[in-house]
Write a new protein. Sequence first.
Length: 554
Amino acid sequence: MPAREWEEGLFEQFLEREQAGDFGSPELFRLAYQSELTRVSPNFDQLICLDQLPEITPYPHQLDTAKKVLNELHGRAILADEVGLGKTIEAGLILKEYLIRGLVKKVLILVPSSLVIQWVRELNQKFKITAWAQKSTYSWTDCDIVVSSIDTAKREQHREIVLAQDWDLVIVDEAHKLKNRKSKNWELINTLRKKYLLLLTATPVQNDMKELYNLITLLKPGQLGSQTDYSSTFMENKRLPKNRGELKEALSEVMIRNKRSEGGVQFTRRNVQSIMLDLNEDERNLYDEVTRFIKEQYEVLREQGRGNVLQLIGLQRQICSSPYAALVSLKAMMESEKTPSDIRDRVTQLYDLAGSIEAYTKVNKCIELIQQIDDKVIIFTEYRATQDFILYMLQQNGIKAVMFRGGFKKSKKDWMTELFKNRFQVLVATEAGGEGINLQFCHHVINFDLPWNPMRVEQRIGRVHRLGQTKDVHVYNLSTRGTIEEHIVSLLDEKITMFELVIGELDLILGNLRVGRQFDHDMMDLLVKGASRDELKSKFDELGEKLKEASIKV
């Protein structure tokens, strides 16, 4: 057809369609325009999804992360930002961009059960993405974007249906739960038919360097060689890396980690105050009696392999927390058929002694702090019994408080959070409160009991000290003088900086600073034998020299 005739024919078609009203809708024109822009955009240097997200103003590091995943990592990555830097925003941006460009349609998002509704709400409200919480077996096939817990997905009635689907993108939140390649969680993710995969975790390594290998294998098998090659090339031992430069280079191809100390993200200040307390006479008497009991039983139990030595050591920490918590454990030991009769008699004496205590040092200090703060406060404790007792004592002193613990359904957790935000001054949480909830409206954290794992402390504080926090955050760490708390907490505090220097250069976080069974046994021996602070410090110094030596080798 001659060019002139073709042009005239096209113009006639245009006039016919215009008269028919085909071009009368501005919305249709806008959609056609957006479609054409998407089609002609050759790469991901510019995120075209931003124009459709009026409720979100991403931070520069979040935009850079999304672009790197889309451009360089080809949709398979570990998003390993420090707590509070917005990994979910990054994942949402990546998902939205893929959806708009037509590269993704079928999506599976696996998150802790307590976060399913939160993910669904944020995707629908913030990202304008129609996502559905998994409700039945039909959800896997009928919904394009499904949010579920991994526990649900791996159940027998669901697993085969999930594995039968072709997923364009799979997102896993709290992905450190995939650290064990022998677990059903790891097996499920590895077996899924998927094109793109995002793993979200602030702690890509927790206990063992092999956990990192397992995560990378899910994303890019062979990236770190075979497991044997990885062990010989990158592991000094189970918990110390070597050839860090080479390992860091390999990790950069699959993992992105943003830190608060880097970039232009402005965080409010974090003020930490350590408060050392003296047990009262009755509490001290109970603590000393339990310590004496442990010394009497330790060698016998260990040699004979009967009883639970760690349970006895835990009693010391519970007494430091609250004698009420010790009461619960002592009662369980009294009633257990596994407790020998001779030990049961001694435990009964300790139970009566714990029950006679009338004043509680830590609880009283906690109440004093709250009365001085006159603002929202979240209290973290290790023990449910202590949580119950704190709530009771707060109520007795006219302080309105609610609890947050594992086992609550999502609706109840949301209700407790709303009560805390709008009506009550205090939220008393067990470790379950350190995961998945955002409490930027609160600015004060009391660590009633400090866990042995520094990353768990960081997770707790990260509930309030995160993006969106507008005020300085105040943290109060309570511990008791002359007890196991003082020994362990103070010595760990002295060494945390060293650990971070050795591990931080690798852009990793060891979420659980475990240092081997022998070290644990040696420390336990020193504790039950009443070792001095200098003896305990010497043991930690020995560990520090080993870490430094390993650092020099790489």
